[in-house]
Design a protein around this ligand. Structure first.
Ligand SMILES: [Zn+2]
Length: 456
């Protein structure tokens, strides 16, 4: 069965096939905005898209897939950060680009074949805006900015199914007074010295100097590197509206043809049952989780435990489960040696992934197969291929065992004894002491485990 994936535009499962006669599958995935570390919600999207990239390579061949993922290195947030830190834009975006690359490598995400930056494609963006102005899809506003004229594109709203009335309400922004209609969106933002510092480029013909709007960046980079029509465009569901809707409008009006044959969106991530936020204390970057003692490979595993098109409730318990699942896989693989057994783990894993990227079903199929087989019955080469599809590097470092100080061990032993003796008041008091010292005690019926937690 070919890869079937839900298409957010047509709202149905569709097979993925390269449309271009050269047989190369063209895949564009919106990348990060490099002004801060990406959080694990962002990484859910990137890990899911990495599995997709791997599947495409397995299906069409490694040299028949072109994967582009951009870096947004100029927009309101990156500029806001330069103003806050009083440091040059390039310095800030380089710092967070390097961090993003390190995190992606740790999570075993394949690098895209091209990773364009918005600042590297200013000329291409300006060209596109000029074409849109010539065609009557865009206009210069009084302040020298350029806006996309929404009513010039009757197809607007097809992806998000947003109604005209909701659109007007959603799109009202501070600079609405410069626009012909409140729902028009910015393609080019005229330079404002008090907000933009020294960030500016010469504008499209007839417009002021300034910088591109966020949406045109992806349209221009995609066109430059993949051509007018791509096979698959993906991103997190938070980008569906307005970002992707606006990309369609810009690209289709400029190029006069279909922008993307297929749209794919992965869902939000919740942490411990609620939306992630710094104030709730459930906001995690990869570094936060590594400091808590979890391995990046376990984070990757845990991010694939839920169906990508459903909200995933990410819990620290899932990371513990993921560590132990990976340990099982490592032991099983070691026992397999170079077995040429007949059990084909790859077939069952890839069948689940081809069915709308059902990663939990793939993990289920993997464990069903190994629970019912002896390692020597399993084909090692095909097992390794299944690991490639899921992106599990079984040679990657496991979670480091935290050194438990002797005083903590003693405290824990005393508390355990108190609990066994049903002296719950003492047990509770000792637990508080452990917490204050930065350790969690995880009780089971017969035993306990000590884990470090991040100090507030
Ligand atoms: Zn984008």
């Amino acid at each position: 069965m070919p890869i079937h994936l839900f298409d957010s535009l047509e709202r149905t499962l569709k097979p993925l096939t390269p449309a271009h006669p050269d047989g190369v599958f063209r895949f564009y995935n919106c990348g990060p905005t490099v002004y801060a570390p990406a959080h694990i919600g962002n990484f859910r999207t990137f890990v899911v898209n990495d599995v997709l990239r791997r599947l495409l390579e397995l299906e069409f061949g490694a040299n028949k897939v072109k994967h582009v993922r951009n870096l947004t290195d100029v927009d309101d947030r990156t500029i806001g950060q330069t103003q806050k830190e009083k440091r040059p834009l390039a310095e800030i975006t380089k710092k967070w680009t390097d961090k993003f690359h390190a995190d992606c490598d740790a999570l075993n995400c394949l690098r895209p074949h091209a990773e364009p930056t918005a600042t590297g494609y200013i000329k291409e963006q300006v060209n596109m805006i000029e074409v849109l102005m010539e065609k009557g899809n865009a206009y210069r506003a009084a302040d020298g900015s350029v806006y996309f004229k929404l009513e010039s594109f009757p197809g607007y709203g097809a992806l998000s199914r947003i109604k005209e009335r909701e659109l007007k309400i959603t799109n009202i922004v501070a600079d609405a007074d410069h626009k012909d209609s409140v729902s028009d969106f910015a393609l080019w933002k005229a330079y404002k010295p008090e907000e933009d510092g020294d960030v500016k480029w010469p504008g499209p013909r007839g417009a002021s100097a300034g910088r591109p709007g966020w949406h045109i960046e992806c349209s221009a980079m995609s066109k430059s590197l993949l051509g007018d029509t791509i096979d698959l465009h993906s991103g997190g569901v938070d980008l569906l509206f307005p970002h992707h809707e606006n990309e369609i409008a810009q690209s289709e009006c400029c190029n006069g043809t279909t922008f993307a044959h297929h749209w794919y969106h992965s869902e939000h991530l919740l942490v411990e049952g609620t939306t992630m936020s710094k104030s709730k204390g459930n906001y995690y970057t990869l570094t936060d989780l590594v400091e808590k003692g979890y391995s990046p490979m376990a984070v990757r595993y845990a991010l694939l435990m839920g169906h990508p098109r459903k909200q995933l409730n990410f819990m620290l318990d899932s990371l513990r489960a993921a560590e132990s699942a990976l340990a099982t896989l490592r032991t099983f693989r070691a026992a397999m040696a170079d077995s040429t057994g007949l059990v084909n783990v790859y077939a069952s894993v890839v069948a689940a992934l081809h069915d709308d990227l059902n990663t939990p079903a793939a993990l289920g199929a993997l464990f069903t197969a190994i629970n019912h087989s002896k390692p020597s019955d399993v084909n090692a080469a095909l097992f390794d291929r299944a690991m490639f599809a899921l992106g599990f590097d079984l040679t990657a470092p496991t979670a480091p065992k935290a050194e438990v100080p002797a005083a903590i061990t003693a405290l824990a032993a005393t508390r355990w004894a108190a609990k066994q003796a049903k002296d719950f008041a003492t047990a509770d008091a000792l637990r508080k002491e452990l917490t204050a010292a930065g350790w969690s005690m995880l009780d089971s019926k017969t035993d306990y485990k000590l884990e470090p937690h991040k100090k507030a």
